[in-house]
Design a protein around this ligand. Sequence first.
Ligand code: SAM
Length: 267
Amino acid sequence: MKRIQLFEFEDYDWFPTWLRTCMTNLINVLHKLLGVSDVLANLVAQALIKSNAKQIVDLGSGAGGAMPEVMKILHGYDRYKDVNLIMTDLYPDDEMVAKFNSQYNPSIKYHKSPVDATDIANTPEGLKTMVNSFHHMNPENAKEILKSAQENKQPLLIYEMGQNNIPLLMWWLLLPISLAVMMLMVLFMTPFVKPLTWRQLVFTYLIPIIPICYAWDGQASLPRMYTLKDMDVLLEGLETENYTWEKAIMYRKKGKKLGTYVMGLPK
Ligand SMILES: C[S@@+](CC[C@H](N)C(=O)[O-])C[C@H]1O[C@@H](n2cnc3c(N)ncnc32)[C@H](O)[C@@H]1O
């Protein structure tokens, strides 16, 4: 496998939830900058049609990512008007839960207790989505998730907006520069975080814990991502008469690559 198992700060249970949220808030900004919601809405729409699902259960939602925007796009079409979204995370943030659950939008909810993506069999019915969260699973858990979706006949859509496509040696050589660039990026992205809290500001510009952790986790995410060939290894033996898998690179409207996906569908 090309993927390697590096650590990310946000994977540790001792890592403060508010700090994890400050980092996932920045991922929300990145989603907007890159236009992830359009690409993802397209994929989610296909998965909904092919699986006949009316509910989306997002695993590893963080600060929501592109999913709320995807729902806005889908609800613009009559066909998807009845679709609802439940966001979940292993480390749900009470403030994030309150933010989404207090908005008058009955079709989007954030589950307040922890949901482990590896326990897919015990999650609510519906299309399971994992957006930028599958690389957090080690190969054993990753395979378990795929197997469980297939055995329980649950549709599953995995999307990663990045790609593990540079040689590992190059990644290590470029690491000091990449970390510096990412830390700088955080300084420019922070004003676009919504809602912008005092913690996000203080721990970015006065005590720069957020830029340091975000830069490391962002860089470490790349070699942790499963390439499409790695996915072949994980999917070995999981294709059955009753369940199919498809996977590909995704492209923006202008033809530029924007991540990869794997879709598992009961027939
Ligand atoms: C990189 S963030 C992605 C957040 C969001 N989906 C997005 O695209 O912006 C990864 C999220 O996965 C969550 N996570 C990590 N391991 C998990 C697990 N085993 N089960 C559920 N969520 C998990 C983390 O808490 C974090 O919020």
